[in-house]
Every structure is written in structure tokens, then in C-alpha cells.
Design a protein around this ligand. Structure first.
Ligand SMILES: Cc1cc2nc3c(=O)[nH]c(=O)nc-3n(C[C@H](O)[C@H](O)[C@H](O)COP(=O)(O)OP(=O)(O)OC[C@H]3O[C@@H](n4cnc5c(N)ncnc54)[C@H](O)[C@@H]3O)c2cc1C
Length: 451
């Protein structure tokens, strides 16, 4: 069996994975289909091309989870972060990048690496042997998508996401909301109280529908066909079909009694469901939307109980090929049914340039560890890297799995700190201090293993 590491896809994740493995002494072949086969979003044949915005988001490693991810990747000599820093543009606290020189530099550094070969070929099947990382992203080619689907089953590979907004539990006003499953269904108390309910009276409902209809919406990108219409309509489209549609759909008020006002029948109820094992995140059930982010926060904060909601992520619907990773991948991002194959990047159900590169960094190191005969354990979930990989490979609910950005709701709480908005600054600093220390520890440990 060959000891070469084959990486399919030279985007954010594949480029970073190749860099990490090559620096550990492994021979790497990157198989990138562009420019021979194109996607609707990429414009060049360069590796590491940014397909839309040129922002890596916040660079604050003390108070922001994505800034922390930047920090961890820099500490691990990440190619994507080194190159982003080299081509940084002024953008206040954010890390904006001059996209063309960025992708040219990523391409040149990979091309010049003595352990890396680049092959411009589309890969259309899942190989039986050898070491492979598939990092083919949200726009995985059709032929490969079909091959993956044949392996995983149709239920476990999605071609569109339908992201409902996710709220931090500690920002919800529980003097207005309550926990109850519809008709108290469930065997255990936990199941009977699995949903968080926010009631609306008639006036609140009518005002909410008006705001939904008036809100600014985003359009699909050119070429991004709207095949989402079966089964996951955006809430605003439901509202356009009739003012009562939502009251008969995700906002139906039946089977629920508000303990704060047991004699008042709600006109509509918005339900939220736990989104992670830690219970720190709740998604608004059935609320996938194409409202613009600013409009979303405004409209969603009209929901009683969510007036002060903090959002771990806002909703969206995009063309996005992604796996049901919690069921398909092991803790090392290997396909359980074929452990010679790893997945990395956005196809694993993380979202964003930075998160995708981060999962590439881990996959590259772990695959190299396997080839060297020194398996590398995933980082602890107290780090940003560890929190993300833990979420996608097990922490998330497989039944409702949708792509996730890094956020502090994925981290195990630091005990003894004040909850709510007031304590947020100290809490975030405690998360990031703990993460940095644990990430340094993991790097030292795995460098030692690989030496
Ligand atoms: C239209 C659109 C807009 C987006 N806007 C943003 C944004 O503004 N900010 C943000 O953070 N994220 C955005 N994203 C998400 C973004 O794509 C990811 O954050 C990031 O690029 C994912 O990295 P990746 O390495 O997983 O995939 P990619 O960067 O897409 O890399 C995958 C690579 O695999 C190649 N490939 C696919 N199939 C095959 C095959 N069969 N054989 C060989 N090569 C193959 C592709 O050509 C591509 O180069 C957007 C996505 C889309 C589709």
C-alpha cells in the first residue's frame, strides 16, 4: 500500500491539510479539478480561492471564537493564516484579505513544497485503498457527490443546507418562555420537556408576519439553483403564501400550556430545540430563512422571550454539499465504513473559510500521524479546534444536523463564572485563556509524538 497522502480538493481545507502533512514529512498529492472542471462560484484555477466575501471575520482571540481559531491556526504554523496575514487589508477588528494575491501565494507555496505534487484532475469515486482526504467543499462535483451518496445513503448527504437560527440558551427570557414537548410526548421527563416554547398573542403574531414580509432578503447566487423548495421552505416564503400558514406550520400553538399564563391560549407558539449535547444552544424549529442578517435579528427579537437573544448563528439556505458527520465520521473524521478515507472542510458540516481550513489542519495532521504509525488524538473540546471537531463528529444532534460556525456555545462551560450578558466578557476571556493553554499542550504533545 502506498504511503502517499492523496488530498482531493485544493480549497481552504485541502490546501491546509496538504501543508500540514507535507511539513510532517509525508508525500502529498493534491487532486484539484479546477480549472479543467469549474464550479459556479470559483473564478480561477488557483488553490485556496475565496469564493465570495474576502473576510476571515473577527481577529480578536480574547473575546471571539473565530479570532481564537485564527490564533490556534497561527500557533500551528497554518498556511492559510500565514498567507492571510501577509495579504491583510485594513478592516478594523476583522481580518480582511486581498483575495487574488492570497490565492496566488497559497498556490505558489504548495507548488514549491518539495513534498507536494499538484494534479489537476477531477476525482469521481471513493478509492478502496491508500490514504485519502476528501475536502471537496460545498460545491463538490456532481460525479463525486453521487459516489459519496452511494456510499453514505441518500439521507446522509445533503446538497442544500437549511439553517435555522441558533440562540444561546442563557440569553432567553425564561420568565416568558417555558419547556414542554407538544402533548407532553416522551418516555422521560427530559423528552417531555425537550422544547422551549415562546408564546404569541394575536397582535404579536400579526406584527411578526408584517415584519417578516417587509424584511430584506438575500437572493441565491447566479447558478445556485433553488432546488430547496421540497420540504424546507424559508419562513418568509411560507408567510407570503398566506398570513395563517405559519400558524398551521412551525408556529402552531396546539398541545402546549403556558405555565406563566395557564388560562390564556396562545395564538401562535415558536418552538426551539436543543442543538448540542451541552444544552448551551437552541435552534428555532423550522425557521430556515433567507432574510438578511440585520433584518433577521430585528425580526426574531420580536418573539416573546427572545427580546434579548444572542445568536450563535443566523439562518440561511445555500447550495452546500455536506455529510451527516455525527453518524458517518469517527472522532478522527474518518469515514466509519472506509477508514482509509477522511473528510475535511465544509463538507464535514462546518461553515466558513476559517472553520474549513481549521478542519483541514486537523485532518492533515491526523492523516500524517496514521501514515507515520503514530495516531494523533483529536484536541480537547476546550480548544476552538477541539470544540468544532467534537461538535461535528458527535456533539451535534444527528437528526437535525446542519452546518455550524465556531462559537462559544460549543465549548464546555468554565465553572464558577457569572452567566448572562453581564458576565460575558469575563466568561469569553476564561474560555480563550483555557483554550490557548490546552492548544499549546496538544501541539507540544502531538509534535513529540511525530518527532
Ligand atoms: C456561493 C458561495 C459563497 C460563499 N461565501 C462565503 C463567504 O463569504 N465566507 C465564508 O467564510 N465562506 C463562504 N462560503 C463557504 C465557503 O465555500 C467555505 O467557507 C470554504 O471555501 C470551504 O472550504 P473547503 O476547502 O471545504 O471547500 P472549497 O474552498 O470550496 O474547496 C473545495 C475544492 O474542491 C474542488 N473539488 C470539488 N470537487 C472535486 C472533485 N471531484 N475532484 C477534485 N476537486 C474537486 C473544488 O474545485 C474546490 O477547489 C461560500 C460558499 C459558496 C458556495
Amino acid at each position: 500500500m502506498t504511503q502517499t497522502l492523496n488530498i482531493v480538493g485544493g480549497g481552504m481545507a485541502g490546501s491546509e491539510a496538504a501543508w500540514q502533512a507535507a511539513n510532517m514529512g509525508i508525500d502529498v498529492v493534491i487532486h484539484e479539478m479546477r480549472p479543467k472542471v469549474e464550479t459556479f462560484a470559483h473564478k480561477t484555477g488557483n488553490l485556496g480561492e475565496m469564493v465570495c466575501s474576502n473576510s476571515f471575520r473577527s481577529d480578536d482571540s480574547e473575546q471571539n471564537a473565530v479570532g481564537l481559531l485564527h490564533w490556534e491556526m497561527r500557533a500551528a504554523d497554518g498556511l492559510i493564516m500565514q498567507t492571510a496575514d501577509r495579504h491583510r487589508l485594513p478592516a478594523g477588528g476583522a481580518l480582511a484579505v486581498d483575495r487574488e494575491p492570497f490565492a496566488e501565494t497559497v498556490t505558489a507555496r504548495l507548488k514549491d513544497h518539495p513534498n507536494i505534487t499538484i494534479s489537476h484532475q477531477e476525482v469521481t469515486s471513493l478509492p478502496e485503498d491508500g490514504h485519502w482526504i476528501f475536502a471537496t467543499g460545498p460545491l463538490t462535483s456532481t460525479a463525486l457527490g453521487e459516489a459519496i451518496r452511494a456510499e453514505t445513503g441518500a439521507e446522509a448527504l445533503a446538497f442544500f443546507d437549511a439553517i435555522a437560527p441558533i440562540v444561546y440558551f442563557d440569553s432567553i427570557d425564561m420568565t416568558r418562555a417555558w419547556m414542554q414537548s407538544r402533548y407532553d410526548k416522551g418516555e422521560t421527563e427530559e423528552e417531555r420537556t425537550a422544547y422551549l416554547n415562546c408564546p404569541m398573542d394575536r397582535d404579536q403574531y400579526e406584527a411578526f408576519i408584517d415584519a417578516l414580509l417587509a424584511a430584506d432578503k438575500t437572493e441565491f447566487h447566479e447558478g445556485e439553483t433553488a432546488g430547496y423548495f421540497d420540504g424546507c421552505l424559508p419562513i418568509e416564503v411560507m408567510a407570503e403564501r398566506g398570513r395563517e400558514t405559519l400558524r398551521h406550520g412551525p408556529m402552531k400553538p396546539v398541545g402546549l400550556t403556558n405555565p406563566h399564563q395557564p388560562d390564556v391560549k396562545a395564538h401562535a407558539v415558536v418552538q426551539l430545540r436543543r442543538d448540542n449535547a451541552l444544552g448551551t444552544l437552541y435552534n428555532i424549529v423550522g425557521f430556515q430563512t433567507k432574510m438578511k442578517y440585520g433584518a433577521q435579528t430585528e425580526v426574531l427579537r420580536m418573539i416573546p422571550g427572545l427580546e434579548k437573544a444572542s445568536f450563535a448563528r443566523l439562518g440561511g439556505i445555500h447550495r452546500n454539499t455536506f455529510l451527516n458527520s455525527p453518524t458517518l465520521l469517527d472522532e478522527q473524521m474518518r469515514l466509519k465504513s472506509r477508514p482509509n478515507i477522511r473528510f475535511a472542510g465544509q463538507i464535514t458540516g462546518v461553515e466558513g473559510y476559517v472553520e474549513s481550513a481549521a478542519m483541514g489542519l486537523l485532518a492533515g495532521r491526523m492523516a500524517a500521524g496514521d501514515i507515520l504509525g503514530q495516531p494523533i488524538a483529536p484536541p480537547p473540546d476546550t480548544t476552538a479546534m477541539g470544540a468544532l471537531i467534537t461538535h461535528i463528529t458527535g456533539g451535534a444532534d444527528a437528526k437535525t444536523f446542519q452546518p455550524m460556525n465556531v462559537n462559544f456555545g460549543l465549548f464546555p462551560p468554565v465553572q464558577g463564572l457569572k452567566g448572562g450578558r453581564r458576565g460575558r466578557k469575563d466568561r469569553y476571556k476564561a474560555y480563550t485563556d483555557r483554550a490557548k493553554s490546552d492548544w499549546r499542550g496538544w501541539l507540544a504533545q502531538t509534535a513529540l509524538d511525530a518527532a
